[in-house]
Ligand binder design. Structure first.
Ligand code: BGC
Length: 864
């Protein structure tokens, strides 16, 4: 058959027509690699090779490739050398679905805070090497959704509020990743900017706003880095589910931008067979519901999916595999190999530290409190709920299981000389953090006998339909079963537990009774009343919703000696599930008072405050931008006790700082990754000069953010009526003073901008030159930010927009001349009537500085 390669050209042509018109072509013995190689010219481009392979495929084989085998493996066609490949998430490290660990790098917002796309390319390369060591060929990252509102649970996983900065970071990440022959899937197309009702909500965004704010990062990354895939979003856009938006997929992506890669759905976000015609190429996870092999063949038969479109879908995917060197096993995927993986992970620790050091933003430094001086400190107080544990990220599918992580407290202990005494007091908890209720206060009566602890019944499934697999007495409810099963009679992937018994109070008074649980649903009944209820909808939940991390509590008045009926229900959703029944008794000593006492007796104090994956993540928007719990009170009282107090924040969404006027020094570390503890110590004590800049405006209060007035939307729709005015674009327009502006970050040295020159170059190009000098006495890096303001625009335009940036290292006294060539994309806007970008002739201001509010030099230029 096709391995008869005597009449090459004729055979090619014959094969096309034969295969294209036949529905069942069981090729008994298919062509081998030699047939493929001999078939046409060996000097073919990838496009030619894709076309050739396509000619060799049967319709059934083609139809098979349009969905996965399962959640993480894609189909191959063995006889044609098309391998089955594995995909995983990996925005700040590879997510592991079975056992194992990976390097947990700073998350995307921290990556963007470096303003160093070359460094982020290095990070992409490291993630790719770890992916390969685990047999992963495509990584589902980066996420380039714009930080539209400060409460979005996946803010930590996204780069910035600014499309240009986001696009540059994504480009660096993808180039680094793909240089190692691991594919990137850029996500989520489009306008995926909140978690509230994430699966059902439809974003209503004007066309111009889509093109100027929500699409440019995709466009830039596609043009400059060519990611192998694009992932659609859970949310809909302008009336259509994203995976069915032929406007986004076919018109914009594939036609206007000439995108040659494949388009994959977000996990379980396909709602109908319309996706076939709308341009979706791959439905995930497998085995698929709407683009199964059977349905695809049926659609071809009925003529609703032309063969040319099926071929287009398949060739996009095959092209990716050719680019990754995977067809015909040209590059063998390294299987999970503990030695390779652990060597790699060790090798990547310095990089993880470097990215963290480059990302840390110094927000305030009155009286040069920082850097702290090791020779002046004998006693250091370390306080706060984010000190003893390294918070690695918000929750959700991007969560990385780090092989090791250095907490801020451990980082300081490692870094500081032994002569400095470190006193740690948590002060107040972040995640509920109350003690587990001791067994002597819990009891139950079984077969007429009173036993200590609660009786636990363990069932298969997420409800209690089936008889319990095992029943046992649990003294304390404080479990973390992770991937394992709690007892061997239940399925470890899907089980529920019900504990019953009595709680006896040791004294009368006001208690807090609580449940802390991760990746789970839970309920608490006291005396028959449901007092805590976060069960979710296990039958319908999508991936993001399963990663539910909560600490919930109720205030309850208990009487000494009285028995209260307790029922706790729990069902596991994901791998890191845990459950704890906890309390705070009326006598509990106040942690804040302890912290204040320790702070008062120290030479310097560092408070580690912030949030964690319990407060933000997939399917988990924040309700406000306040520090949870009693952290503001803790900070205020510690500040009053010691004037040498430094506040370090660890978080992924902006936080309000009601104590800012009293705090001499504030550092924003975001989620700095597994080596964050060392990086923070080195910045605080001056081994590293901070150079991170905020990729997002920090508002003084949530009400200052215009987009919040449209959040979370109603009737299944969220309107983006703030239009182009997102982040600093809105603060500029409304004249609102932010707490800290976009692009802001201090250094231990001082930089001076001078000598700005702008010159027309070519058609609508402008050459910008500026001198940057380190006028202080420490080496340091500065980010020069170039903004463009249209001064004579007839259409509504932002006051200014970031159009270039450069991060430069300078020794004391050193000056460098920076040069940037801006093309017309620095001046144009999207004209809806034309469906294209246009430059409106007129006068533009070009300003350069080190934040969107600190623009030190300005010049004008006419563009026509
Ligand atoms: C997320 C995607 C992710 C996918 C696979 C979804 O819930 O929205 O970002 O890539 O799951 O984990």
């Amino acid at each position: 058959m096709m391995n008869n390669n005597t009449n090459i050209i004729i055979t090619c042509a014959f094969a096309v027509s034969l295969l294209a018109t036949s529905f069942s072509l069981p090729l008994t013995k298919g062509p081998d690699k030699s047939a493929f190689e001999d078939f046409c010219s060996p000097t073919d481009t990838i496009g030619d090779q894709v076309a050739r392979l396509l000619q060799m495929m049967t319709l059934s084989e083609k139809a098979l490739l349009l969905t996965g085998i399962n959640g993480w493996d894609l189909h191959g066609v063995e006889r044609l050398g098309i391998p089955s490949i594995n995909v995983k998430d990996g925005g700040h490290g590879i997510t592991i679905r079975s056992s194992g660990c990976a390097t947990s790098f700073p998350t995307a917002i921290a990556q963007a805070a470096t303003w160093d796309d070359a460094l982020i390319a290095e990070l992409g390369g490291a993630i790719a090497r770890e992916a390969k060591s685990k047999g992963i060929s495509i990584v589902l990252a980066p996420m380039v959704n714009i930080q539209r509102i400060p409460v979005n649970g996946r803010n930590y996983e996204s780069f910035s509020e600014d499309p240009f900065l986001t696009g540059k970071m994504a480009t660096g990440f993808i180039n680094g990743l793909q240089a190692e022959q691991v594919g990137a899937v850029i996500k989520h197309l489009a306008a995926n900017n909140q978690q509230y009702e994430q699966k059902h909500i439809k974003s209503r965004v004007e066309e111009r706003v889509l093109h100027e704010i929500y699409l440019p990062a995709f466009k830039m990354a596609i043009a400059e880095a060519d990611p192998v895939g694009v992932m659609t979003a859970y949310n809909g856009v302008n009336g259509y589910p994203s995976s069915e938006s032929s406007y986004l997929i076919k018109d914009v992506l594939k036609k206007r931008w000439q995108y040659p890669g494949f388009v994959v759905s977000d996990w379980r976000s396909v709602h109908s067979e319309n996706v076939m015609q709308a341009g979706l190429d791959l439905e995930m996870p497998g085995p698929g519901v709407f683009m199964t092999q059977e349905l695809v063949l049926d659609a071809v038969k009925k003529g609703t999916l032309p063969i040319s479109e099926l071929d287009d879908k398949v060739s996009r995917y095959i092209r990716a595999l050719f680019h990754l060197g995977l067809i015909w096993g040209d590059r063998t995927v390294v299987e999970d190999n503990a030695v390779t993986a652990s060597t790699l992970m060790e090798a990547h620790r310095p990089l993880a530290q470097r990215v963290a050091e480059s990302a840390i933003v110094l927000l305030k430094n009155d009286r040069n409190v920082l850097p702290l001086d090791t020779t002046a400190i004998k006693r250091l107080a370390v306080i706060g709920p984010n000190a003893a544990e390294m918070r690695l990220s918000g929750g959700g599918s991007a969560s990385v299981t780090a092989c090791a992580a250095v907490s801020p407290l451990a980082g300081l202990k490692q870094y500081l000389p032994p002569g400095i005494a470190i006193d740690f007091v948590e002060g107040t908890s972040l995640k509920g953090g109350m003690p587990a209720i001791p067994g002597q206060y819990l009891s139950s009566v079984v077969d007429g006998k009173r036993l200590a602890g609660l009786t636990g019944a363990y069932h298969d499934g997420h409800n209690y339909d089936k008889p319990a697999g095992c029943i046992r007495q649990d003294a304390v409810i404080d479990f973390s079963w992770g991937w394992g099963a709690p007892c061997d009679q239940v399925d470890k992937t899907n089980y529920a537990v019900r504990w019953q018994g009595k709680l006896t109070a040791p004294s009368s008074g006001g208690y807090k009774l609580g449940l802390s649980f991760d990746d789970a649903g839970a309920r608490l009944y006291i005396d028959g009343a449901l007092v805590i209820d976060d069960w979710g909808d296990p039958a319908n939940e999508i991936t993001e919703a399963k990663f539910r991390n909560r600490s919930l509590s109720v205030d309850y008045e208990l009487k000494e000696g009285r028995e209260y009926d307790i029922v706790i229900e729990f069902h596991k959703k994901e791998r890191t599930n845990s459950i704890r029944f906890e309390w705070q008794t009326p006598e509990a000593e106040d942690g804040i008072a302890q912290a204040v006492a320790v702070a008062g007796g120290s030479d310097a104090v560092i408070v580690f405050a912030g949030i964690s994956n319990f407060y933000e993540g997939g399917n988990n928007d924040r309700e406000d931008i306040d520090l949870p719990g009693r952290q503001n009170e803790l900070i205020q009282r510690v500040l009053a006790a010691n004037k040498n107090t430094v506040i370090v924040l660890i978080n992924g969404t902006p936080l309000a700082m009601p104590w800012i006027d009293k705090a001499p020094a504030v550092v924003e570390a975001f989620y700095p990754g597994q080596e964050g503890g060392v990086a923070i110590a080195r910045v605080l004590f001056g081994a590293v000069n901070p150079s991170g800049k905020l990729p997002q405006t920090f508002p003084k209060q949530l009400a200052d953010v215009a987009a919040m007035s449209f959040y979370p939307g109603s009737n299944g729709e969220v309107r983006y009526d703030e239009g182009l005015f997102v982040g600093y674009r809105q603060f500029d327009k409304d004249g609102i003073e932010p707490l800290f502006p976009f692009g802001f970050g201090l250094s231990y040295t001082t930089f001076e901008f001078s000598n700005l020159q702008v010159k027309r170059q070519g058609k609508n190009g402008v050459l910008v030159r500026v001198d940057l000098k380190n006028v202080g006495n420490r080496s340091g890096s500065e980010v020069a930010q170039f903004y463009v303001s249209p001064l004579e625009a007839k259409v509504d335009r932002p006051v200014k927009e970031l159009k270039a940036f450069k991060k430069i290292a300078l020794a004391p006294g050193e000056t460098k001349t920076l040069e940037v060539l801006m093309d017309e994309s620095a001046f144009n806007y999207y004209q809806v009537e034309k469906g294209d970008w246009v430059v409106e002739p007129g006068k533009f201001e070009i300003s350069v500085g080190n934040s969107s509010k600190h623009l030190h030099v300005k010049e004008f230029i006419y563009v026509n």
